[in-house]
Unconditional design. Structure first.
Length: 131
């Protein structure tokens, strides 16, 4: 006897950081340009670090506009992701881009991926342009 059980697919969500100077990633569903945020590249002590470093993240997240942006993106993703799951979408790629992909976008991807980790998704973080 065969049972017909409805199998709920997990949504695979990829958060991608990138640098616009190297081109926009292909096949991205949502893209956020974060070049409006203060750039750690111009701070001598931070220039050679990347956005996964706590010092760089602390610099970026000290600004009110960063905190407000994070709040708005979190609210948007908490609204959208369940709807994508309901619609049956199997993957979602969300990219955050800054100039070189080393500082602002990786820091934001790290933070935002933590904020949506409570949703039932298969989470993947990619820092395309960190060398």
């Amino acid at each position: 006897m065969y049972a017909s059980a409805k199998v709920q697919k997990d949504l695979a969500v990829s958060f991608i950081s990138f640098g616009f100077k190297y081109g926009v990633p292909q096949n991205v569903d949502l893209l956020f340009d974060v070049r409006f945020l203060p750039n750690p590249y111009f701070v001598p002590l931070l220039k050679d670090l990347n956005g996964t470093n706590k010092k760089v993240a602390d610099f970026i997240f000290q600004y009110a506009e960063t905190k407000e942006f994070i709040k708005k993106v979190k609210d948007l993703l908490n609204f959208l992701i369940p709807l994508y799951i309901k619609e049956g979408k199997s993957y979602l790629s969300i990219a955050f881009g800054c100039t070189g992909g080393m500082h602002r976008s990786p820091a934001l991807v790290e933070e935002i991926s933590k904020l949506v980790s409570n949703i039932n998704i298969d989470l993947n973080v990619i820092h395309r342009d960190i060398s």
